[in-house]
Design a protein around this ligand. Sequence first.
Ligand SMILES: O=C(O)C1=C[C@@H](OP(=O)(O)O)[C@@H](O)[C@H](O)C1
Ligand SMILES: C=C(OP(=O)(O)O)C(=O)O
Length: 428
Amino acid sequence: MGEDGRVSLWRAPRAVSPVDASVTLPGSKSITNRALILAALADGPSTITGALRSRDTDLMVGALRGLGATITDRHGGTTLDVTPGPLHASAVDCGLAGTVMRFVPPVAALADGDVRFDGDEQARSRPMGTVLAALRALGAEIVGDRLPFTVHGRGSVRGGTVTIDASGSSQFVSGLLLSAAAFDEGVTVHHDGKAVPSMPHIDMTVEMLRGAGVTVDTSEPNTWRVHPGPIRARNVTVEPDLSNATPFLAAAAVTGGIVSVPLWPHATTQAGDAIRHILERMGADVQLSDVCLTVRGPETLVGIDIDLHDVGELTPTVAAVAAVASTPSELRGIAHLRGHETDRLAALATEIGRLGGTVRETEDGLRIEPAPLHGGVWHSYADHRMATAGAIIGLVVDDVEVDDIGTTAKTLPGFESLWDSMLTGVRS
Ligand SMILES: O=C(O)C1=C[C@@H](OP(=O)(O)O)[C@@H](O)[C@H](O)C1
Ligand SMILES: C=C(OP(=O)(O)O)C(=O)O
């Protein structure tokens, strides 16, 4: 925001030559926020190393501190020491963070006292009703169906079995599972509806619960059963955020350059790992070594026909690459993106269209045709991944200006300087 109250424009740097850089990314938002919830409910103190510090993770730290956990930091903030405490009345600011608004209410239901939730104006339209109705069915008392709402915590929650339609967000399932072991009877979640999106994120939840000694039964399809019992305190090291790596790897793809990301895990539940195969299918050469992932962009980038249902978080990056590809792309299976930070399908169609692109919003995705793009203002809609999508296009299109580049602080503070360093070939 400028001094006059208007959102300032960031001139997206144009790549004057193919990029050639190594970019080290901070920790994963999704892993950090899960680790924080589990540590706050654990049976002793834990340490989280390599944590992401960003708006979304700071909101999670603030929420859990307010509820009673003691959280201190070291090493510039990226090592977090978490000591659980009795959970009590509080007020939670969710900002625009899906992980805070969906993961913290079950923790609040365990508190002794009222916990009021609110967030950004834009967060008030993000879907919440499914999680709150499920919590009520499990014995919690809640007033409201979307932000703002109040959880009347009574110190314990009965738990049991609940059937929900999680086709709107995997976070509905993850949120219930993360606290479930602390409910008297544990929780069994059945999903009934169209396919659940972002399944790798539910796998991440299950894997992290099991890592903390919680018994989770996933033997029946669309059913997750968490047994009641202690959540073991443990020290966790957070992987780099692979979704946040995708704009940098896309930079190699669109400029015909080369970008390496150190510490890319060989086995991971992060959705961002899918970028390897996506960029390969679009013509890039992708190599995963013991030390890093390296993407070399092709001479001619081709479009892609792909179902992104499992990895919807990558859509803004993939759409930006597709917008400058030589052949059409069809991105499918992502109707649920209409409930993300903003309606991402409408936002991408509008903004690529504004720069001269040909994009059609379909029932469950986007169809993007090759077209010569020109400069203009790219609107971010307070969405970090919209802002980085504008930056990708701006590498190869003159005079693209991104409004509110600062919104990238939701998950990647300092994005602009990391982007500049990539362009100047600094190896971070
Ligand atoms: O659990 C998580 O950490 C996330 C789950 C996904 O949400 P949806 O299932 O709503 O897409 C993903 O898009 C989001 O960025 C993070
Ligand atoms: C959908 C996203 O975030 P949130 O955790 O707020 O849902 C995202 O980061 O792409």
